[in-house]
Ligand binder design. Sequence first.
Ligand SMILES: C[S@@+](CC[C@H](N)C(=O)[O-])C[C@H]1O[C@@H](n2cnc3c(N)ncnc32)[C@H](O)[C@@H]1O
Length: 191
Amino acid sequence: MSSIFDKLLVKGKHVCPSWVCFTFDNPLRKIFHDPGKIVAPYIRPGAMVVDIGPGKGYFTIPMCQLVGGEGRVIAVDIQEQMLKSIQRRAAAAGVAESLTTHLSMPNDFGLAVQADFVLAFWMVHEVPESGQFFTNVKAIMKSEAIFLIAEPLFHVTEGRFNNTLRTAQEMGFKIVAHPKISFSYAAALVL
Ligand SMILES: C[S@@+](CC[C@H](N)C(=O)[O-])C[C@H]1O[C@@H](n2cnc3c(N)ncnc32)[C@H](O)[C@@H]1O
């Protein structure tokens, strides 16, 4: 059964439209989604980071600041307009040199990198096939990398999140933590 969020905002679409992502992305969000608490513990200067489904770049820009000039954040999205708005924001924040944007296919990133940290925040419920998604994520992770996944609890049931984690485990991931993230189910995964 579709949620109120589906009915009022997304209207049954599987992929978050640009204007809905805009509503997530405002200064007030930092009160409950502080990048300094959610992603900073996993990111060192010089790191290679992949932000899958970055939307308007709420986490991408602070992650560019965290990796610094020697590191790189690759923002991977299937919607070009999201990537364009991240490029504008990175330029305004003075971190464009740490950013790469990459237009992806829904079932294939088409990306050949080895990341230290991968983020999939409030996006896994939008992918067409989660088994293929986790296989694709594995292919872009260093053996010691961390993959942080968070799903919105107003849109994804606990049962569905547990199924997603089961699929991840079937694809070779291990759950190492369940970080507390407001309005979210979350897990840190390793290979
Ligand atoms: C709800 S938004 C989340 C945005 C961001 N992570 C945040 O927390 O603000 C979901 C994003 O995932 C992207 N997306 C959906 N399916 C995708 C896929 N298969 N591969 C890459 N990005 C995808 C959408 O285009 C959208 O930008």
